[in-house]
Design a protein around this ligand. Structure first.
Ligand code: ATP
Length: 515
C-alpha cells in the first residue's frame, strides 16, 4: 500500500496536472510557499468562499460582510501587538541551507560555559565529599573563574547587541566563537537579519516622506477598525458579527507542506461582538456552528476534531481549533477564539477615539467582547481535495483517479459529451449545453473516446457527464453518468436540470446547517 507521504506527493502532482494549483511563477523555478490557483482551483476556491459567505451572512441575520483594504494605517499593527511581536534575528547556514535564530545559537553558547562550570563543581563535590565548600570553590577554582569570566564577557556582549539591535555584532559573536551548524558542521554563515512575520512596504514617494506600511498578517483588524462604521450605518445591535474574506500575508520561517503553510494566503474571518460576560455562551454557539459547517460537506465526521489551546494568547480567555485529518496528521484548519475586549480597547487607546457601544437595553456604554472564527481558504481547499482524492481499481484490471468533491463545490458541475463528432450530435450537445450553462458551470468535450472523456471529468471531480447519442435525436433523452457510482441512467432532456440541481445547489447544504 502507498504511504500517506506518497499519496500526498501524488495529490500535489494531480493538483498541478489538472489545473488546480501551480507553483507561483514556475517558469522562474517558483517562489517558496507561494502558489497560484489554476482554472479548476479558482472555481473550487470560489465555491468554498461562497459556501462560507452564505452560511455566515444568510443563515445568521445578525452577521454582515465587509471588504476592507489590505493596506492599513501602520498604527493598527502597533495597537494589535503585531509590530512588537515576532522579532527574531535569523541566520542561515549556506551549506545546509538551514535557518536558525541567531539569539538561540548564542544562548546555547552561553549555556555551554555554564555547563562547564557546573561539571567542575560536580567533580569537586565528589572528590571532597563532606568537606566541600562550594561557594569558596566557585570563587577560587582557576578553571571556574576563567570560564565564568569568558561566560560573562560573552553574555554582556550578547545582551548589549540585543539591546542595541546590533545585528552585525550578533553575527560577529557567532564568527568569533566559531559556532558551527549542527547539520553541515561548517561555519559558512549568512549575515543576521531581523525577522518579523509581517511583510513591509512603503506608501507614497520618498519626496513626500514615504510611510512604512505592512501587508496585513490577518484580516481581523480591518473588521475591528470598522466596528463603529458598520454598527452605526447598519444600525446593528449587539450581539452582531462582521464577516470578511481576504488575503493575508505572513513571512513564515519554515514554509512547507504545499498550500498548508503559505506566505500569501486567504482567510475567512468573522468577529462577533457580544456583551461582556456573555462571551462563553457565544463561544460555544460558534464552535458548534462552525463544526456543523465543516461536517455538512460530507467528507466524513471522523476527520474533524476540536483541539482546545493549552496556552492562551494574552488577550484570549478561551480558544479552540478545528482540526482536520490531513495526509500528514490532524492539523488546524480553523481557529475559534474568545478575544475579550483586547483589540477594540487597544484601538481606543492608540487612536484616542471612543469605540464604545451604547446598549439601549442596558442603558449603558461598553466595549464589546469578541468571539472570532478564523478559517483559512487554502487549508480548507487542501482538506477537501485530500479527502476527495481516490485511486480506484476497477473491474477488469482497469483503474481511475477520481476526485469525490462535494458536488456543491465541484469546479465543473456537468460535462456535455456528444458520443461521436458527426451525425448532428455535436449540434444537439451544444443546444443542451446552451440551456444548462446559465445555471451550472458546464464544459463541452468531443475529443477522444467516451471512456477517456469520462476519466478526464473524474479527475477534476465533475459530478455529472451527459452523453448525447443517436437515440437522443429520436426520443429527446440522454444518458447521465454519476461520477461516484459510474452508473448511467437514461433521462429526458427536460429533466436534466432538476436532476443536477438537486445535487449541486448550495441551498441543500445550507439547509442542513439551519436544522
Ligand atoms: P499555525 O499555528 O498553523 O501557524 P495560526 O494559529 O498562526 O496557524 P491563525 O493566526 O489562528 O493561525 O489563523 C487562522 C487560520 O488562518 C488558520 O486556522 C489557518 O487556516 C489559516 N492560516 C494561518 N497561517 C497560514 C499560512 N501560513 N498558510 C495558510 N493558511 C494559514
Amino acid at each position: 500500500m502507498a504511504s500517506q507521504e506518497d499519496i500526498f506527493k501524488k495529490l500535489i502532482a494531480h493538483c498541478k496536472e489538472y489545473g488546480f494549483v501551480f507553483p507561483s511563477s514556475e517558469i522562474y523555478d517558483g517562489l517558496a510557499a507561494v502558489y497560484d490557483y489554476g482554472q479548476m482551483g479558482a472555481e473550487l476556491k470560489n465555491n468554498i468562499k461562497r459556501y462560507w459567505w452564505e452560511a455566515m451572512t444568510l443563515l445568521n441575520d445578525n452577521v454582515v460582510g465587509i471588504d476592507a483594504a489590505i493596506f492599513m494605517h501602520p498604527t493598527t499593527w502597533k495597537a494589535s501587538g503585531h509590530v512588537d511581536a515576532f522579532n527574531d534575528p535569523l541566520i542561515d547556514n549556506r551549506d545546509s541551507k538551514k535557518r536558525y535564530r541567531a539569539d538561540v545559537l548564542i544562548e546555547e553558547l552561553v549555556a555551554k560555559f555554564d555547563d562547564k562550570i557546573e561539571k567542575e563543581v560536580e567533580k569537586a563535590a565528589k572528590r571532597f565529599g563532606e568537606k566541600f565548600d562550594e561557594d569558596l570553590f566557585r570563587q577560587t577554582n582557576p578553571r571556574i573563574v576563567e570560564n565564568r569570566e569568558k561566560r560573562d564577557t560573552l553574555h554582556a556582549r550578547f545582551a548589549k547587541a540585543l539591546n542595541d539591535n546590533d545585528l552585525d555584532e550578533l553575527k560577529q559573536i557567532i564568527v568569533d566563537y566559531e559556532v558551527v551548524c549542527p547539520v553541515s558542521g561548517t561555519k559558512n554563515w549568512t549575515d543576521v537579519r531581523q525577522f518579523n512575520l509581517m511583510f513591509a512596504t512603503e506608501i507614497g514617494s520618498t519626496a513626500d516622506g514615504a510611510m512604512k506600511i505592512y501587508l496585513r498578517p490577518e484580516t481581523a483588524q480591518g473588521i475591528f477598525v470598522n466596528f463603529l462604521n458598520v454598527q452605526k450605518t447598519g444600525r446593528m445591535k449587539v450581539p452582531f458579527g462582521i464577516a470578511q474574506i481576504g488575503k493575508a500575508f505572513r513571512n513564515e520561517i519554515v514554509a512547507r507542506q504545499f498550500i498548508f503553510r503559505m506566505r500569501e494566503f486567504e482567510q475567512m474571518e468573522m468577529q462577533f461582538f457580544v456583551r461582556p460576560g456573555e462571551e462563553m455562551k457565544w463561544f460555544e454557539y460558534w464552535k458548534q456552528f462552525r463544526l456543523k459547517w465543516h461536517k455538512a460537506l460530507g467528507l466524513g465526521d471522523h476527520k474533524y476534531r476540536f483541539h482546545d489551546h493549552d496556552k492562551l494568547a494574552h488577550y484570549a480567555n478561551a480558544a479552540t481549533d478545528i482540526e482536520f485529518e490531513m495526509p500528514f496528521g490532524f492539523k488546524e484548519v480553523e481557529g475559534i477564539h474568545s478575544r475579550t475586549d483586547f483589540d477594540l480597547s487597544s484601538h481606543e487607546k492608540f487612536s484616542g477615539r471612543n469605540i464604545k457601544y451604547f446598549d439601549p437595553e442596558l442603558n449603558e456604554s461598553y466595549v464589546p467582547y469578541v468571539i472570532e472564527t478564523s478559517i483559512g481558504v487554502d487549508r480548507t481547499f487542501l482538506s477537501i481535495v485530500a479527502a476527495s482524492y481516490e485511486e480506484q481499481a476497477l473491474e477488469g484490471g482497469d483503474s481511475r483517479v477520481v476526485l469525490h468533491l462535494p458536488p456543491v463545490l465541484a469546479p465543473v458541475k456537468v460535462a456535455v459529451l456528444p458520443l461521436v463528432k458527426k451525425d448532428g450530435l455535436p449540434e444537439k450537445a451544444r443546444e443542451i449545453m446552451n440551456e444548462l450553462k446559465f445555471d451550472f458551470k458546464t464544459v463541452y468535450d468531443e475529443k477522444d473516446s467516451i471512456g477517456k472523456r469520462y476519466r478526464r471529468q473524474d479527475a477534476i471531480g465533475t459530478p455529472f457527464c451527459i452523453t448525447i447519442d443517436h437515440q437522443t435525436l429520436d426520443d429527446q433523452t440522454v444518458t447521465v453518468r454519476n461520477r461516484d457510482t459510474m452508473e448511467q441512467q437514461r433521462v429526458k432532456i427536460a429533466e436534466i436540470y432538476k436532476l443536477i440541481d438537486k445535487e449541486v445547489n448550495l441551498r441543500n447544504v445550507l439547509k442542513k446547517l439551519g436544522e
